[in-house]
Each structure stands twice: as C-alpha cells, then as structure tokens.
Design a protein around this ligand. Structure first.
Ligand code: FES
Length: 293
C-alpha cells in the first residue's frame, strides 16, 4: 500500500527551509534558558533511559480526549470540565521536555518539530478557551472549542509520531550495533597506534568503533563510535573529566559518555553506548562485543 497524501505533505515539511529561521531562534532561546545540567538531563529523560516527552504528553492527551468523549453525553459537564483543567495543569512538563529535545534536532527534524509544537500550542489555547467559556456558562461554545483543540493536538501528535518514528528523533541510534558486529574478537590495530589520551576511530566490519587509552594508567577501552543520540562521530569529540572518570563529549550536541563504561552522563542522549571488551594479543588490540551477533 502506498503512502497517502498527508504523509507526503509532512515529508515536504521536512525540506521547507523557510521554517529554519524561527526554528533556530527557538533552539537558541532554549539553549540560553536551559543550560546543560541536571534539569536538562531530567527533561531529556537521561535517568529513565528514554525520552521523557512521550511519557509527559500522556496525561494532557488522555484527559482532553476523555473530556471530548464525555461532551457527547448529558450530565457530564462537571466531569468534562475537571478533565480539561487537569490536562491544562499537566501541560507544562510535556511542553518543557519537548522544547529541551527540540533544541538539539537536525534542521529537517526541527522544521517538523516547529509545526508539531505550533499545533500543540494552538490546541492547548483552544482547551484553555474552552475552559473559560464553560466557566462563563457557554457550554456549547466550550464543547466546540474542546473539539477544535483535540483536532489540533491530534495533528500535532501525528507530526510527533513522524518525528519519532520516521525521522528517528529520540530513538536509540546505537541499537543496531550488537546486531551488526560479528561475534568474537576483532583486531583494530597495533597498541602503539593508539596514543594515550587520544580518541581513535576504527571499523569492525561496517561498525565504527571508538578506541581510547587513558593518558595516565593502563588499559584500552572501546565503545560504539556513533553517538546514540543522532549518530554523531564520537572520535571527533573531546575528552573531559578527571583521571579515572574521563568522558567523551559528542561534537554534535554535547552528549557525554564515560569512556571506560560507555554510560551516558549528560544528554541529549538518553542511552549508553554499547561497550566493547578489549585485549592485547601480540601487540595487537582486539575488541569483542558481548552479546553481538
Ligand atoms: S549526535 Fe547529538 S549528542 Fe551526539
């Protein structure tokens, strides 16, 4: 079955570069208001290991859809009004977590994200207006505003689905690594090719791997080289952190991963990098991904 018209329209939205100026403006504003730190990490979803935004939208969408259904039945005015108000009260975490993710999107994703956010803002405004009309006794006007709000947030949700599933914003871009690395040990170069303290990129089959030796101490460490956020090249990143807890900072959006464990320390990435085991055999560094294949 072919893709239908609305999908093609959303695809065209991806290349609508007239949206770049407002999108970049909002991204800059979010970066200025929300600097890197624990709050931004929580909003991205680092603690739970997946984006917070899709979870946070459940309450507003659930309450507003329920209110719209109740509006078709007599004697439900009070219940529908309570649901509308509850959805409005719950909209802040949903909006702020979405903005935090929006700030680190590629241009094509940001264009769709901008229209997604605009539809949701309009929908939320319609629900707020619906609440006002109901409180003034204008029940019919309140019902129609609620239905308009629901259509707008459903359109916004459809764009959000396109962002998440078609454009892979928020997806784990390192998920395929264990399926693409052949099982067993693989040579990646002589030990003396890896200067202590420097990041190096190598290939294991078709999978890019980051190899690193600490500037002080011994050992060789390796992890998947494509960032789990949006596949940024970690070998081009910077090494930070104190000795013993060194991290690599992704050059694209500054996600930070511990070099010894691959664990995510700061977002926007929410997922750790697949970490390879290493060994040195006859002066050659070899890597193996547990569970690969
Ligand atoms: S690709 Fe976005 S932080 Fe690495």
């Amino acid at each position: 079955m072919k893709n239908v018209l609305p999908f093609k329209a959303i695809e065209r939205l991806e290349s609508l570069d007239t949206l770049d100026m407002p999108a970049i403006g909002v991204q800059r504003l979010v970066h200025a208001v929300l600097p890197p730190g624990w709050l931004k990490d929580v909003l991205h979803g680092v603690p739970q290991g997946h984006p917070l935004h899709p979870v946070a939208v459940q309450l507003p969408l659930g309450t507003w859809s329920s209110a719209a259904v109740l509006d078709f039945f007599p004697g439900t005015k009070r219940a529908a009004t309570i649901l509308l108000a509850a959805g409005l009260a719950a909209v802040l975490p949903s909006a702020v977590s979405g903005l935090a993710d929006f700030a680190d999107l590629h241009p094509q994703q940001a264009r769709v994200g901008l229209v997604h956010a605009s539809a949701n803002i309009l929908g939320t405004s319609a629900f707020a207006a619906s609440l006002v009309q109901r409180s003034r006794g204008n029940l019919q006007a309140g019902k129609w505003l609620g239905r308009a709000g629901l259509l707008l947030v459903l359109a916004g949700g459809s764009l959000g689905g396109h962002l998440a599933y078609h454009q892979a914003a928020g997806a784990n871009h390192a998920e395929s690594v264990p399926h693409r690395v052949p099982p067993g040990w693989h040579p990646v170069g002589g030990l003396d090719e890896f200067a202590p303290g420097r990041l190096a990129g190598r290939m294991v089959g078709e999978v890019p791997v980051l190899v690193w030796r600490p500037a002080e101490g011994s050992g060789v460490f390796a992890m998947a080289a494509a960032c789990s956020h949006l596949s940024g090249p970690l070998p081009d990143g910077a090494v930070t952190g104190p000795a013993g807890r060194e991290c690599v900072v992704c050059p694209w959006h500054k996600s930070t991963f511990e070099l010894r464990t691959g664990e995510v320390v700061h977002g926007p990435a929410t997922v750790s990098q697949p970490r390879f085991r290493t060994r040195v055999v006859d002066g050659q560094v070899e890597v193996c991904l547990p569970g690969a294949g």
